[in-house]
Design a protein around this ligand. Structure first.
Ligand code: PMV
Length: 350
């Protein structure tokens, strides 16, 4: 058989929601019941790097995650592969004598190798970075001519929060109205240079894999929680204004309130979902006390589907103080590890 392989490597940072997505109105297409807003992190620290390759000598689609082969037969991967393949266009490299037509792409097999430089499935949005990177790298390989917005709608079908990772800076996932999901896409609110005083510190309270997956948690919430209907869409507009005006007190109040409301909704779900633990609660108290003592918020906190704290300091000086305080209250012999990040860049070709 022919002896050639084409390869593309992409790198995608993870993102952290400051207004959370929780609940699907369509589980197959992954359409949410609310808009959400996130911050994309610095790709040097928390990112996925994915190499996708195609060759006539491959006899099936295969994937490796952190060096271990995993099954590609799960629905999320299949949706992304199908959507990208259907948009593949002709590719030609005259120098190498390689020509792949739209039809060839439907038959050729892929090898995918993905690597996370941080704990997988521990509530640090590994699936967001992973699926966004997969879609972006495949789109480049297969010469797909769609823009970031269209690619975000494909990444969304892999993991909802993944659609927000294609862009850097501050990103909004618009829930959309259409039944087919065509308008449920991510848009960039502001790029990574817009508010670069902010420093994000992640306190890894536990790197263990979460007990309730976001998919089953969301399903239970939508079916059983009465509180969920009170999640306030008004916060989206207020958060957009806070970001636009670099208004840290409003940003912090909204992010903390939304995180607390999300975890209240989890507790209001049957069976109840506990993502935070005692250490998480102690970190919240610590930050709340500090903000009250200063009279105006210095630090914001937000927690995803796990006990790890994502802390946003208003500037570098505050971040240094925060690290000292956290280390004082949560010394290294406890299970809390600290790491700091800055707001990151968008998905790129490596
Ligand atoms: O995209 P998923 O299924 O991993 O869900 C993510 C849900 C949260 O992280 C809790 C909130 C969010 O908006 O990222």
């Amino acid at each position: 058989s022919e002896k050639w392989a084409l390869m593309v490597t992409g790198r995608t940072p993870t993102n952290i929601a400051v207004i959370k997505y929780w609940g699907k109105r369509d589980e197959t297409l992954i359409l949410p019941i609310n808009d959400s807003i996130s911050v994309t992190l610095d790709p040097d620290h928390l990112c996925t790097t994915t190499t996708v390759s195609v060759s006539p000598s491959f006899d099936q689609d295969r994937m490796w995650l952190n060096g271990k082969e995993i099954s590609l037969s799960v629905g999320e991967f299949q949706s992304c592969l199908r959507e990208i393949r259907s948009r593949a266009t002709d590719f030609e490299d005259k120098k190498k004598g390689i020509k792949i037509t739209k039809d060839d792409w439907q038959k050729l097999h892929l090898h995918i190798a993905s690597y996370n430089n941080f704990p997988t499935a521990a509530g640090l949005a590994s699936s967001a970075a992973g699926l966004a990177c997969l879609v972006f790298s495949l789109a480049k390989l297969m010469n797909v001519k769609e823009d970031y917005g269209q690619l975000s709608a494909i990444a969304r079908q892999g993991s909802g929060s993944a659609c927000r990772s294609l862009y850097g800076g501050f990103v909004k996932w618009i829930m959309g109205k259409e039944g087919d999901g065509s308008d449920s896409i991510a848009v960039q609110l502001a790029d990574e240079n817009h508010w670069d005083e902010l420093v994000i510190i992640i306190a890894v309270v536990s790197a263990r894999q979460k007990e309730t997956s976001s998919t089953s948690g969301m399903r239970d919430t939508v079916e059983t929680s009465l509180l969920i209907q009170h999640r306030a869409p008004k916060r989206i507009i207020q958060m957009e204004d806070a970001i636009k005006n670099r208004d840290f007190p409003s940003f912090a109040r909204l992010a903390c309130a939304d995180s607390n409301q999300f975890h209240a909704v989890c507790l209001d779900t049957y069976p109840p979902i506990f993502y935070m633990n005692d250490t998480s609660h102690r970190i919240i108290s610590c930050v709340e006390k500090w903000n009250r003592a200063e009279g105006t918020p210095q630090v914001a906190y937000t927690f995803d589907a796990g006990p790890n704290a994502v802390l946003v300091a208003r500037n570098r000086k505050t971040a240094a103080l925060l690290l000292q305080r956290l280390l004082f209250h949560f010394p290294p012999q406890s299970d809390t590890n600290l790491d700091s990040y800055v707001i990151g860049d968008k998905t790129i070709l490596q």
